[in-house]
Design a protein around this ligand. Structure first.
Ligand code: NI
Length: 202
């Protein structure tokens, strides 16, 4: 039975009020997402679950609140990685102590077979106590490389060993773990420090 309500003449007003309320709810839900989305398009990076150079299991969430300066490489790298980590250390040293406390330089291996916890600990320690080294099983490392679109390919060397040809990019992830900017590995320390300050300031 559809008995007409005695207040049916109020319905359009109620409907409009309802629509307005709905629009407010949609705006509250959607607008912040637009504001938070980085305008540069496709996302770089994502969650990871690895082992740090002290042997502790860590995830990306452990570094929330800090700007992650991430570099992928391997400890047996003859030239590019040591040079780049030297740049990372110099850039870090250019920051004020307050800014340093808000940055964590992270070295992630692309050669988990050889870069054991001990190996990577010795390596990052030779640059700066501030640098965190991350390794893991190949199954843990591979998806992280994909998230950051890291290229790495093994090449046999004459001594029966192998080297790893790899991309050399420094990724700056903001305090919420989102991609902020990147630099080529051969950036100069001053520019890298300026980039870090910019992301810290966000
Ligand atoms: Ni390298």
């Amino acid at each position: 039975m559809n008995r007409p309500s005695p207040h049916s003449h109020r319905r359009p007003a109620a409907l409009l009020a309802g629509l307005a309320a709905l629009l407010v709810v949609i705006a509250i839900a959607v607008v912040p997402r637009f504001l938070e989305t980085a305008p540069e398009g496709p996302s770089i990076g994502g969650p990871f679950s690895l082992i740090d150079h002290t042997g502790r299991s860590v995830t990306d969430a452990d570094y929330r609140g800090k700007v992650m300066l991430i570099y992928f490489g391997y400890t047996f790298c003859p030239d590019v990685c040591p040079t780049t980590l030297g740049t990372v250390t110099q850039a870090y040293d250019l920051l004020s102590p307050e800014d340093q406390a808000r940055v964590v330089p992270i070295f992630i291996t692309v050669d988990p077979e050889r870069d054991t916890v001990d190996q990577i600990a010795q390596y990052v320690g030779s640059f700066s106590p501030a640098v965190v080294g991350l390794t893991g099983s190949p199954e843990q490392i591979e998806p992280v490389m994909k998230e950051f679109r890291v290229y790495a390919r093994k090449a046999d060397t004459e001594d029966g060993n192998y080297s790893v040809d790899h991309s050399s990019i420094l990724y700056l992830m903001d305090a919420k773990g989102r991609y902020a900017m990147h630099f080529p590995g051969d950036v100069n320390p001053k520019d890298l420090a300026a980039g870090l300050r910019k992301v810290i300031g966000k």
